[in-house]
Write a protein that binds this ligand. Structure first.
Ligand code: G3H
Ligand code: 13P
Ligand code: ZN
Length: 309
């Protein structure tokens, strides 16, 4: 089947209480690992590219490699722009066959975020493309200064309703305690499910997106460190919490860091165990297999999207 938008997969996720994994892609091995995993689980999947991923891999390569996966697998696949920084980047992706774009106006004030998001929504909808927007600020570990500052960063449920009504966006990324990267929590991992529940109450028909949702899988961090890496104290969102999110109204769960760890752990292992290796297939084959295993685990054991294709 051709690339799809996220519309139908999100409708199904809200009705049947599961989440769809949105995995960041940068090259062929990552695309193959993810789509092989989704196909083996008969799951819908979202492949997303950031603007730096597009700069790295180039837009035509990304689209055509994703399209190549569709020739092998009969599952719903959406191609999504992650964290679109401006209207021009969103338009470029829409004009290049992406079926979904994110406009990330979270760095702007409420009114400017609405103006920019609406501009992207108007263009995207005229081309049959859907739009994810973001309201609230994802905290970094260093931003965890005090409760008042933190509260100001979380998504306000009343604002979320007004934002969705005024922009017409198709899905909304919210801030409930996650953050990007490998260092999400100093102490215990905790998400504000009370805020998620209030947001769902206000906008029950809008699919909710969770960014910064990697688990920072301890086994992969250990493997990186064992074979010469230096990633001490890394910590993410445990599987149980993500599973709870998938049952509580989160429709899209974003994962990049865990794929980076999966790939790096396996490549480090090959180099450490066989310093004479220099055929890229020697280290990219296990790297791709680890990405597949990691994605299969998330789809099957955490997000609950197996057999929802
Ligand atoms: O949320 C950001 C994603 O992890 C993409 O990161 O901009 O380095 O490609 P990137
Ligand atoms: P992680 O850094 O937790 O993988 O988050 C990825 C993300 O939100 C991409 O938009
Ligand atoms: Zn993100």
């Amino acid at each position: 089947m051709p690339l799809v938008t996220t519309k139908e997969m999100f409708e199904k996720s809200m009705k049947e209480h599961f989440a769809i994994g949105a995995f960041n892609v940068n090259n062929m091995e990552i695309i193959q690992g993810i789509t092989d995993a989704a196909a083996s689980q008969n799951s819908p999947v979202i492949l997303q590219a950031s603007s730096s991923a597009i700069k790295y891999a180039r837009v035509g390569y990304l689209r055509k490699m994703v399209e190549a996966s569709l020739e092998e697998h009969d599952i719903p696949v959406a191609l999504h722009l992650d964290h679109g920084p401006d209207f021009e980047t969103c338009k470029m992706c829409i004009d290049n066959g992406f079926t979904s774009v994110m406009i990330d106006g979270s760095k702007y004030d409420f009114e400017e975020n609405i103006r920019l998001t609406k501009q992207v929504v108007d263009y995207a909808h005229s081309k049959g493309v859907v739009v994810e927007a973001e309201l609230g600020k994802l905290a970094g570990i260093e931003d965890d200064v005090n409760v008042a500052a933190n509260d100001a960063m979380y998504t306000d449920p009343d604002q979320a309703k007004e934002f969705v009504e005024r922009t017409g966006c198709d899905s909304l990324a919210i801030a409930i305690g996650t953050s990007h990267g490998a260092y999400k929590f100093k102490g215990e991992a905790k998400l504000r499910f009370d805020i998620l529940a209030k947001v769902k109450e206000k906008i029950p028909n809008t699919p909710i997106v969770l960014h910064g949702a990697s688990t920072v899988i301890p086994e992969l961090v250990e493997m990186c460190n064992k074979y010469g890496g230096q990633i001490p104290g890394a910590k993410g969102v445990p599987d149980e919490i993500l599973h709870e999110a998938s049952l509580s109204g989160v429709s899209k769960i974003n994962v990049d860091t865990d794929l980076r760890l999966a790939m790096t752990a396996e490549i480090r292992k090959v180099f450490a165990e066989d310093p004479s290796a220099f055929d890229p297939r020697k280290y990219l084959t296990p790297a791709r297999a680890q990405i597949q295993a990691t994605v299969e685990h998330k789809i099957r054991d955490v997000f609950g999207s197996s057999n929802k294709a």
